[in-house]
Design a protein around this ligand. Structure first.
Ligand SMILES: Nc1ncnc2c1ncn2[C@@H]1O[C@H](COP(=O)(O)OP(=O)(O)OP(=O)(O)O)[C@@H](O)[C@H]1O
Length: 234
């Protein structure tokens, strides 16, 4: 279970998120949506211990990221929008390095490479990867510790239709096994097909939260609900 409780992050004069509260329960994909600058990455960064909240908390199974134990990647797998691997490094070495620092076996590296369909390109340098391949490598890193919680910032970026179908199926499989998944995305139609729940942020505040039916009910689509909730002023 992911719990964001009264999360506020202020940067000098800028308030990135203000009093944000929502939960992402196990066994479901929760979509985090909102315009550019609405606070999605700040919320995710606070959850992953990468930014310290001004107020409030962001926890996984009741723990702040720093209290998840010596190998947090075994509890929470994350894909961050701007966390690029070293371009000169081979894909397999990138994953082995993460595995080694998290007490994860080399065999697991081969397994995740297979899962994300990068076995054939494992020994190529990351700089030779397409955008979609880089995204798959990032998802492989998130899966390495076989965590029960996945936090994915824009996982569909750069993926072709086959890649999008692949991630949809992966997320469905993981949630069927009981995983908690939080996904930020700008792809409404995709999100509607994969997420059970959705949180709409605008200007650092939660504008709507609930099941897709609760949030999009009464609207033509999730996209229509999104435009309604993100353009009304509060
Ligand atoms: N380190 C920082 N210093 C100052 N302001 C920041 C910092 N990080 C984020 N912000 C501001 O906080 C607000 C929320 O940013 P955030 O990156 O969380 O939004 P986002 O919803 O993830 O946007 P995007 O969809 O573009 O990734 C923005 O106005 C941004 O400019």
């Amino acid at each position: 279970m992911i719990e964001i409780s009264r999360l506020t992050k202020r940067y000098s004069t800028k308030v990135a998120v203000a009093d944000v509260t929502f939960t992402a329960p196990p066994g479901a994909v929760t979509g985090l949506i909102g315009p550019n600058g609405s606070g999605k990455s700040t919320t995710i960064r606070a959850l992953l211990g990468l930014t310290r909240p001004t107020h409030g908390t962001a926890t996984v199974d009741g723990c702040q990221y720093g209290d998840l134990g010596p190998y947090p990647l075994r509890r929470v797998g994350a894909l961050l929008d701007n966390a690029a691997p070293v371009p000169e490094r081979r894909g397999v070495d990138h994953l082995r390095w993460i595995a080694q620092t998290n007490g994860i076996s080399r065999r697991r590296v081969d397994e995740v490479l297979e899962q994300v369909d990068l076995t054939g390109a494992a020994r190529s340098r990351v700089k030779q990867y397409s955008l979609g391949m880089k995204q798959r490598l990032g998802i492989a890193a998130a899966l390495l510790g076989d965590p029960d919680v996945l936090v994915l910032d824009e996982p569909m970026n750069g993926l072709d239709p086959e890649g999008i179908r692949w991630i949809r199926e992966l997320l469905r499989r993981r949630t069927a096994e009981g995983a908690t998944v939080l996904v930020s995305s700008h792809f409404m139609t995709e999100l509607e097909s994969v997420a059970e729940r959705v949180v709409v942020l605008a200007r650092g505040q939660v504008r709507a939260e609930g099941t897709i039916t609760e949030v999009a009910g009464g609207f033509e689509s999730l996209e229509a609900a999104y435009f309604h909730h993100t353009t009304v002023s509060v």
